[in-house]
Unconditional design. Structure first.
Length: 115
């Protein structure tokens, strides 16, 4: 994972459209939760889907989810550093929800009121 900025680029600016062009591309998750003091490793997977949570399929949907597939056994749900090349890195709550093809499916949900 590249050097991370001292603070996250604005979470409020993230929308479904932010991630749409990156579906099918790589995404890196920190293996250690942010509150863990052990050395942080990483696992690189694939951003499989980006979709609306409320049936709002517009590109500017503010309530949306990301589905990530990563190899290996499930990491526990936790706040982790998530890096998408070309977009940036954020501290996001990542939750495993299934296994598939020798790896784990994870979800990151963004649930915000409309502006």
């Amino acid at each position: 994972m590249p050097d991370l900025p001292p603070s996250d680029p604005g979470h409020d600016a993230l929308s479904l459209d932010t991630f749409t062009d990156h579906v099918g591309g790589p995404v890196t998750l920190s293996q250690a939760a942010l509150e863990d003091t052990s050395p942080i490793g990483e696992v690189t997977g694939v951003l499989r889907r980006a979709g609306s949570l409320n049936g709002d399929d517009t590109a500017t949907a503010r309530s949306f989810y990301l589905e990530i597939w990563a190899p290996g056994d499930p990491l526990p749900q936790a706040t982790r550093r998530v890096h998408v090349p070309g977009l940036g890195s954020w501290s996001l709550f990542v939750c495993p929800y299934g296994t598939e093809a020798g790896g784990t499916l994870y979800e990151v949900a963004f649930s915000r009121a409309p502006v």
